[in-house]
Design a protein around this ligand. Structure first.
Ligand code: NAD
Ligand code: DAU
Length: 350
C-alpha cells in the first residue's frame, strides 16, 4: 500500500493522472491536493470522487504550514507534482503568479519532503512534472533531448525551468529521490478553453472568430493526455532516481494546419457546409516572444521504459472534439463568469 500525493489533480492533466491512479491501484491511497484556481475543477473527477481510495484536499501549495501538516499526518510515499500556473499568455500578463506557484510552491513541497521523509528516503519519490518549454525554441530542424541546454523564453517556461533546477538541486544537495519529466503539448478532454484546441472548439461551436497568432506557422508536438498519464505512471514505477525523461508524441503540427483539420472535423460533426468553420480564421497580433517550434525526442522513455503513444493524432482530435460536443454543460460552466473578462482582455485588443 502506498500513499500518493498528486498536486493539481483537479486540473487538466492532473485529473487524468488521478483517475488512472485511483482505478489502477485500488490498494493505494490517492490524495488530490488542489487549491481550485480558475483552472481547477472537481467536475473533472465526478466519476471517481466516491472511490474509497480517493481523497480530495483543498489546499494551496504556497501554504507551508498546511503542506507541512499534511506531510506529517499522512507520510506520503510518492509526490506527483503537477500543480502549476500553466498558461503562457497569462504568464506574459502576470509573471509573479507563476513565480509564486511554480517556483515557491515547488520549493515548499521539496522542503516538506526533505523535512518529514525519513533518511535515507527508502521507498520515497518526488516526481516533478514539467514541460518541454524549458528547452526554448527550435528552428526548422532538430529535437529536444534530455541533455538539451535549458533556454526558457517566457515567464511561464522560466518559472518551470527554475522549479526543475530546484528539484535537481534537492536531489544533489540533500539526496532527495526525484525524477523529472518534460512533456510536449497535451490535448484531450477537460482542458480549460484558454489553450489552443479547446478555445478553438468552443469558438467554432459559437461561430466566433478563431484568433490565430501571427501567421500560424508555429509548430507544436501534440500528445493525447491519457498517453501522458500512462507515461507518468510508468516513470513513477520504473524511472531511475535522479533521471529526466522527455515525453512527446512524435506528432508535429503547424498551428494553421492543425486548425484547418479541426475546422474540417467540426464542420462534419456539426452538420455544417464544408468551409464554414475555416471562414472564422482571423490572423491576430502575435504572442510576445512566441516560441517557433517545440519537438521532443522521446526515445529514452521508449527504449528504457517501453512507452509509446497509443493514439494517432486524427483519432485523438476526433475523440477530443466529441468530448467537448457531448459535455456542453462542462464547457458552458467554465466559460461563464470570469472567463468572459479573461477573453475580452486577452483578445479584444489584438
Ligand atoms: P492546469 O492549469 O489545467 O491545472 C493546474 C492545476 O493546478 C489546477 O487544478 C489548479 O487549481 C492547480 N493549482 C494552481 N495553483 C495552485 C496552488 N498554488 N496550489 C494548489 N493547486 C494549484 O494545468 P495542466 O495543463 O493540467 O498542467 C499540469 C502540469 O503539467 C503543469 O505543471 C504543467 O506545467 C505541466 N505540463 C503541461 C502541459 C500541457 O500541455 N498542458 C505539457 C507539459 C507539462
Ligand atoms: O509544450 C508544452 C506546453 O504546451 C505546456 O507546458 C503549457 O502548459 C501549455 O499551455 C502549452 O503551451 P503552448 O503555449 O504551446 O500552448 P497554447 O495552447 O497556449 O498554444 C499553442 C499554440 O497555438 C501556440 O503556438 C500559440 C497558438 N495560439 C494559442 C492560442 C491560445 C494561437 O494561435 N491562438 C490562441 O488563441
Amino acid at each position: 500500500m502506498k500513499k500518493v500525493l498528486i498536486t493539481g489533480g483537479a486540473g487538466f492533466i492532473g485529473s487524468h493522472v488521478v483517475r488512472l491512479m485511483v482505478k489502477k491501484y485500488p490498494d493505494f491511497q490517492i490524495f488530490n491536493l488542489d487549491s481550485l484556481t480558475y483552472a481547477g475543477n472537481l467536475a473533472n473527477l465526478a466519476d471517481i470522487e466516491n472511490q474509497p481510495n480517493y481523497h480530495f484536499i483543498k489546499a494551496d501549495i504556497l501554504d507551508m504550514e498546511v503542506i507541512n501538516g499534511l506531510f506529517e499526518k499522512h507520510d506520503f510515499d510518492v509526490v506527483l507534482h503537477l500543480a502549476a500556473e500553466s498558461h503562457v499568455d497569462r504568464s506574459i500578463t502576470n509573471p509573479l503568479d507563476f513565480i509564486y506557484t511554480n517556483v515557491v510552491g515547488t520549493v515548499n513541497l521539496l522542503n516538506a519532503a526533505r523535512k518529514f521523509w525519513q533518511r535515507p528516503f527508502e521507498g520515497k519519490l518526488f516526481f516533478h512534472i514539467s514541460t518541454d518549454e524549458v528547452y526554448g525554441s527550435l528552428g526548422q530542424e532538430g529535437l529536444f533531448t534530455e541533455t538539451t541546454a535549458y533556454d526558457p523564453r517566457s515567464p511561464y517556461s522560466a518559472s518551470k525551468a527554475s522549479s526543475d533546477h530546484f528539484v535537481r538541486a534537492y536531489h544533489h544537495t540533500y539526496g532527495l529521490p526525484i525524477v523529472i519529466s518534460n512533456c510536449s503539448n497535451n490535448y484531450g478532454p477537460n482542458q480549460f478553453p484558454e489553450k489552443l484546441i479547446p478555445l478553438f472548439i468552443n469558438n467554432i461551436i459559437h461561430m466566433k472568430p478563431l484568433p490565430v497568432y501571427g501567421k500560424g506557422e508555429n509548430v507544436r508536438d501534440w500528445l493525447y493526455v491519457e498517453d501522458h498519464a500512462r507515461a507518468i505512471d510508468l516513470i513513477m514505477q520504473k524511472g531511475k532516481n535522479g533521471e529526466t525523461y522527455n515525453i512527446g508524441g512524435h506528432n508535429e503540427w503547424k498551428n494553421i494546419d492543425l486548425i484547418r483539420l479541426m475546422c474540417k472535423i467540426m464542420d462534419k460533426k456539426l452538420g455544417r457546409e464544408p468551409g464554414i468553420s475555416e471562414s472564422l480564421i482571423t490572423y491576430v497580433k502575435d504572442r510576445a516572444g512566441h516560441d517557433l517550434r517545440y519537438a521532443i525526442d522521446a526515445s529514452k522513455l521508449q527504449s528504457e521504459l517501453g512507452w509509446k503513444p497509443s493514439l494517432q493524432f486524427e483519432e485523438g482530435l476526433e475523440k477530443t472534439v466529441d468530448w467537448y460536443l457531448n459535455n456542453n454543460d462542462w464547457l458552458e460552466h467554465v466559460t461563464s463568469g470570469q472567463y468572459q473578462n479573461y477573453y475580452r482582455e486577452q483578445y479584444e485588443k489584438r
